[in-house]
Design a protein around this ligand. Structure first.
Ligand code: PLP
Length: 441
């Protein structure tokens, strides 16, 4: 049975995890109900989001939330950790098996914490890190002036090649000549591969080659694509990188959190950088949920899921291009599509597009595109992703429909009635593809 939203906005959902979220706190229950309705009656196209399984959410809400467990399995500061030790060991074993890594740390509270812990473990303050430019797809923790990372370490940034509209020689791809040239000139101690707004496959091999050439260590930040790697849809950086960091809640579809994989030689340093270096007590309920997600990601059905995510994203990009949008780098090879809005409508900014789409029930985020003439707050781009709605069951045909709904909403963004019509179409599509009905099938 699918979710139906009545006029009062009260959902009448068949089998869903919603029932277990009803608390004795009326105000909060009402907010949870509203968020359930939002997530299941509007389209979730934010590339870093997903729908976690009921099992992941059950573990997140489990009794493990009560336990203090500073330290690591077998080496805790408080008593009573016999069971918790087994939970954390289970998560670590499942994770090292999933990626074929020597060592795993499953305690980072987030992807950002995982990255900072690695810098702290491997570097001294003031050391040089070569990472991707923020305005071309890098993450805040790759040296943004707004991030503490830029105050402690010295960042040098590589970028993408210039735009080229000839599809046989695509531009806006990681510029490996630039990476090598900067590496030779600045001799970084660490090179960071990985991005937050980049729709192409990131090949770890050329990064390893350059790192070896200059004697640098290599960290692969696979925050976005960890699920695609686990599912076998993207190359595994573990054989190439000294350290791999990621989030567990993006394409990997687990609870919110981070994790670190590393070679045995760095295990001790990484563990002490996470705790006591950076964090206090680990979130063992989140670690239990990570264990659930790692098991789910090892199933053949997860590979089918990640393959479908990529197929959907390719179909989505084609359909958006047919509607007149320019696709940054001309294509996608992962779960996201970076859209340049200027060819669709020179006046349309990312900020206005995001707001109009919100009113039409389509959740996206504005994003800078390479050489964006507008500020990071306004932008000329939009980032959309297929990970969440693929979990809900959408396939290529539905993503083509979504592209045309987006184009209609943006063309008619000043017409309230038109936006309302799109919103109704979106709601009926979402009614037919409720993730929590799909999970139970
Ligand atoms: C999302 C992301 C992070 C940070 O993850 P949080 O859990 O939000 O802290 C780090 N690096 C990259 C490349 C990301 O995309």
């Amino acid at each position: 049975m699918s979710s139906r939203t009545s006029k009062k906005g009260i959902s009448t959902v068949g089998s869903s995890p919603f029932d277990s979220w009803i608390t004795n706190d009326e105000e909060l229950t009402s907010l949870l109900r509203q968020e359930w309705d939002r997530q299941t009656s509007t389209l979730q196209l934010i590339a870093s989001e997903n729908f976690a399984s009921p099992a992941v959410m059950a573990a997140t809400g489990s009794i493990l939330t009560n336990k203090y467990a500073e330290g690591y399995p077998g080496r805790r500061y408080y008593g009573g950790n016999q069971v918790v030790d087994e939970v954390e060991d289970l998560a670590r074993r499942r994770l090292t098996a999933l990626f074929g890594a020597d060592h795993a740390n499953v305690q980072p509270h987030s992807g950002a914490n995982a990255n900072v812990a690695v810098y702290q473990a491997l570097l001294e303050a003031g050391d040089t890190i070569l990472a991707m430019r923020l305005d071309q797809g890098g993450h805040l923790t790759h040296g943004s002036p707004a991030s503490m990372t830029s105050k402690i370490w010295n960042f040098v940034s590589y970028g993408v090649t210039p735009r080229c509209d000839d599809p046989s020689t695509p531009g806006e791809l990681i510029d490996f000549d630039n990476v090598r040239e900067l590496a030779l000139r600045h001799r970084p101690k660490l090179i960071v591969a990985g991005a937050t707004a980049y729709a192409r496959r990131i090949d770890p091999a050329p990064f390893r080659e350059i790192a070896d050439e200059v004697g640098a260590m290599l960290m692969f930040d696979s925050a976005h694509v960890a699920g695609l790697i686990a599912g076998g849809s993207h190359p595994n950086p573990v054989p190439y990188a000294d350290v791999v960091t990621f989030t567990t809640h993006k394409t990997l579809r687990g609870p919110r959190g981070g994790a670190i994989l590393c070679r045995e030689e760095y295990a001790k340093k990484i563990d002490s950088a996470v705790f006591p270096g950076q964090q206090g007590g680990p979130l063992e309920h989140a670690i239990a949920a990570k264990a659930v997600a790692f098991k789910e990601a090892a199933q053949p059905s997860f590979s089918q899921y990640t393959d479908q995510v990529v197929k959907n994203s390719i179909a989505f990009a084609h359909a958006l291009a047919r509607e007149g949008f320019r696709i940054v780098s001309g294509a996608t090879e992962n779960h996201m599509v970076l859209v340049d809005l200027r060819e669709f409508d020179a006046e349309l900014t990312g900020k206005v597009a995001q707001e109009a789409l919100d009113r039409a029930g389509i959740t996206t985020n504005r994003n800078t595109i390479p050489d964006d003439p507008r500020s990071a707050f306004i932008t000329s781009g939009l980032r959309v992703g297929t990970a969440a709605e693929t979990t809900a069951g959408l396939r290529e045909d539905e993503f083509a429909t979504v592209a045309s709904l987006m184009a209609t909403a943006l063309r008619e963004r000043d017409d309230d009635a038109a936006l309302e019509r799109v919103r109704n179409e979106v709601a009926s599509l979402c009614g037919a593809f409720n993730p929590y009905v799909t999970f139970t099938k």
